[in-house]
Design a protein around this ligand. Structure first.
Ligand SMILES: Cc1cc2nc3c(=O)[nH]c(=O)nc-3n(C[C@H](O)[C@H](O)[C@H](O)COP(=O)(O)OP(=O)(O)OC[C@H]3O[C@@H](n4cnc5c(N)ncnc54)[C@H](O)[C@@H]3O)c2cc1C
Length: 301
């Protein structure tokens, strides 16, 4: 269960309170505040706090005394200009704090993004819940034959059943031993900081993750991408929806220039110009490596 009824009641209580403020407020983000959006089988993402909105980006870019807004059209043009020309600091003026519940193996990928502030649930201090990520049948796939860092066909029949059985029974056994080692019933009980080392990488952890919008866009570009592992991608995709509601103009520019846009090398640009001039360019005449040519072709499809 991603959140217990007691935790849900706490969230509802928080959402019932609102106060007038002089701070910049995003109506879209107010809708998300505190709510738990479910991800995977036991995970979630919640927005705990945020600072700034689309106007705050323009305000910073113009170093304005007022709200910085000229008109929505004008703001959109400025935000798109900033994104197009890789101006990062105005986007750093917006911040967001998430509460994320995620499997440990996903957290290992996530924590590589060093430009955020993190505070994780302490398994030295507290006992972890008996919650493990078990892939849904359509996510239980074989090793990809074309991509060493990916998965291919979905497992079926006996093999799928056996894998699921192993995942479930190993996790259950490890957690049973965790509890047994911690127990102080007739024994001293092993320290939590030691007993936890027996738990598998699919056990869930939780953290608060605070990041500015510029670095969040960087995270989303890498982790909402098709090359990212599905289990982290689903978190990133949900965050994309939240960011879209928070700063629709900035997200629109990000979607256009970063998610939907492409970058070409000098060799790629030269090929593009030859193609536009009517020449049929092939791998052999492109001057690119095999990998570069494959990615170049994929970008044009
Ligand atoms: C599909 C995919 C596959 C991956 N595979 C692997 C893998 O096999 N093995 C592996 O180890 N990692 C892997 N990674 C992780 C990847 O190499 C990065 O560590 C991760 O994406 C974080 O990126 P980042 O450093 O740009 O982000 P952040 O840490 O958020 O940094 C953002 C930017 O800030 C700057 N910056 C931050 N810290 C420093 C610093 N100390 N010095 C200089 N500049 C800094 C850099 O410009 C950086 O791009 C993979 C990532 C992806 C998306």
């Amino acid at each position: 269960m991603p959140v217990t009824p007691e935790q849900q009641a706490e969230i509802e209580t928080l959402r019932e309170v609102s106060r007038p403020t002089r701070r910049a407020v995003s109506d879209g983000m107010e809708e998300h505040l505190y709510k738990a959006h479910e991800v995977l089988d036991h995970g979630f993402i919640r927005v705990i706090d945020y600072m700034g909105d689309d106007a705050a980006i323009c305000q910073a870019a113009r170093v304005s005394y007022g709200r910085g807004t000229k008109s929505v059209q004008n703001d959109e043009g400025l935000i798109r200009y900033l994104m197009r020309h890789w101006h990062s600091t105005p986007f750093e003026m917006c911040e967001v704090k998430f509460h994320v519940k995620l499997p440990v193996f996903v957290a290992r990928q996530w924590i590589r993004h060093r430009t955020a502030n993190v505070n994780e649930y302490s398994a030295r201090y507290s006992i972890l819940d008996r919650e493990f990520y078990i892939p849904a049948p359509d996510a239980l796939a074989a090793q990809s034959t074309v991509n060493n860092q990916g998965r291919g066909e979905v497992l079926e029949g006996d093999e799928a059943d056996r894998v699921l059985e192993m995942l479930n029974s190993d996790a259950t056994r490890a957690y049973d031993h965790y509890e047994e080692m911690l127990s102080q019933d007739g024994q001293k009980g092993l320290a939590r900081e030691l007993a936890r080392m027996n738990l598998p990488a699919n056990v869930y952890t939780q953290w608060y993750w605070k990041v500015d919008l510029h670095n969040l866009f960087h995270f989303l570009r890498l982790r909402a991408d098709s090359h990212a592992q599905m289990e982290i991608r689903v978190y990133a995709e949900l965050m994309c929806q939240i960011v879209k509601d928070w700063v629709p103009l900035a997200y629109g520019a990000f979607e256009d220039y970063r998610l939907g846009g492409e970058q070409f090398s000098a060799a790629g640009m030269a090929c593009l110009k030859r193609m536009l001039a009517g020449e049929e360019v092939t791998f052999e005449t492109s001057g690119m490596s095999k990998g570069e040519w494959r990615e170049f072709e994929a970008a044009l499809k």
